[in-house]
Design a protein around this ligand. Structure first.
Ligand code: SAM
Length: 215
């Protein structure tokens, strides 16, 4: 379990979420057998909920992996929605591209190859929803770009913000994760600036922060 909430709580919440079938189940099985990190079950449900409420037409994702969350978001979105997703690992890109083509998402999901920061610097479109799920040690560096790329009432959903509990207490911090933890704390402090943003941080999965810009 994620270590940021009680196991019994997580277990109970997950037991209420119906298992996927079809393509999502296939991708979950692949991810689990091949140790590819994908969003937790309750975070997947949360993304579905946010997309259903918000109805974003343009979505930007940082961190494609095998394309699981991109496909899940596409399935929850309106027919004319478009997802751009950034990934730097060539093997992941190949797998994700295969999944996207095999299951008919070629016109809805576009993968950009490269490092998130370098790609973000070059993007100039506007996105209604930005899902951060790559480069945990750089969310603080991604933020300004994401804010620049966010449409007027857009939202940024950042996963793993509590990072196995380490972000919330020094007692859990592993030595070699100190930099990630410090930078993640910086990200959470930045988005908690209530003059600029409204942010809610939830101890769900590995920690999720949802941010929108103040008018
Ligand atoms: N969102 C995916 C899902 O739930 O299906 C999982 C993404 S996985 C947690 C993170 C991915 O981000 C990995 O595939 C990794 O190669 C990629 N990644 C990590 N840091 C990155 C960076 N700085 N730029 C681009 N991709 C990055």
């Amino acid at each position: 379990m994620s270590g940021i909430t009680h196991d019994y709580m997580e277990h109970y919440i997950r037991s209420l979420i119906k298992d996927h079938n079809g393509i999502l189940k296939e991708l979950e099985d692949y991810a689990h057998s091949n140790h590819v990190p994908i969003i937790h079950k309750e975070v997947a449900k949360f993304l579905e909920l946010m997309i259903t409420i918000k109805k974003p037409l343009k979505i930007l994702e940082l961190g494609t992996a095998i394309g699981y969350s991109a496909i899940l978001m596409s399935l929850s979105s309106k027919e004319n929605s478009l997802i751009t997703t950034i990934e730097r690992d060539k093997k992941m890109i190949e797998l994700a591209q295969g999944n996207i083509e095999k299951h008919g998402f070629k016109n809805k999901i576009n993968i950009i190859e490269g490092d998130c920061l370098e790609v973000l610097e070059k993007l100039d479109d506007k996105y209604d929803l930005i899902f951060m799920d790559a480069g945990k040690g750089h969310y603080n560096h991604f933020l300004n770009h994401c804010v620049r790329l966010l449409s007027k009432d857009g939202i940024i959903i950042a996963d793993n913000v509590l990072f196995r509990g380490m972000v919330a207490t020094d007692e859990l911090v592993e030595r070699r994760k100190i930099t990630i933890v410090k930078r993640m704390r910086e990200y959470l402090e930045m988005v908690s600036d209530s003059e600029k943003f409204i942010t809610s941080i939830m101890p769900m999965g590995d920690g999720v922060a949802v941010t929108t810009r103040r008018d």
